[in-house]
Write a new protein. Structure first.
Length: 94
């Protein structure tokens, strides 16, 4: 068995609450701009911590608001900073 070490990076994502009532938010995550391979339903919160599998791979994030069966457009896209002195990302509604 050959083992390898995978480095992880934890980022904190924060966003402002939707101006209209919502039942929750979804965080869209991907390895390419605008291409999201993972969607996390995170409930009605405006901040999460997310751990990436590889601190050398850039990760892209966007957030959408959910109200019942409806989902908003995605927020602006941000990338993880890959720097330990800047772990907080802010997302805003456009």
């Amino acid at each position: 068995m050959i083992g390898s070490i995978i480095h992880a990076a934890t980022v904190v994502l924060t966003w402002g609450a939707s101006p209209t009532p919502v039942t929750g938010y979804r965080v869209h995550i991907g390895a390419q701009p605008g291409v999201y391979s993972e969607v996390l339903p995170v409930g009605n919160v405006t901040s999460i911590q997310y751990t990436t599998n590889d601190d050398n791979q850039t990760t892209y994030f966007a957030v959408s608001a959910v109200a019942g069966p409806k989902e908003s457009a995605k927020s602006n896209e941000v990338t993880d900073p890959k720097k330990p002195d800047a772990p907080t990302l802010s997302l805003t509604w456009e």
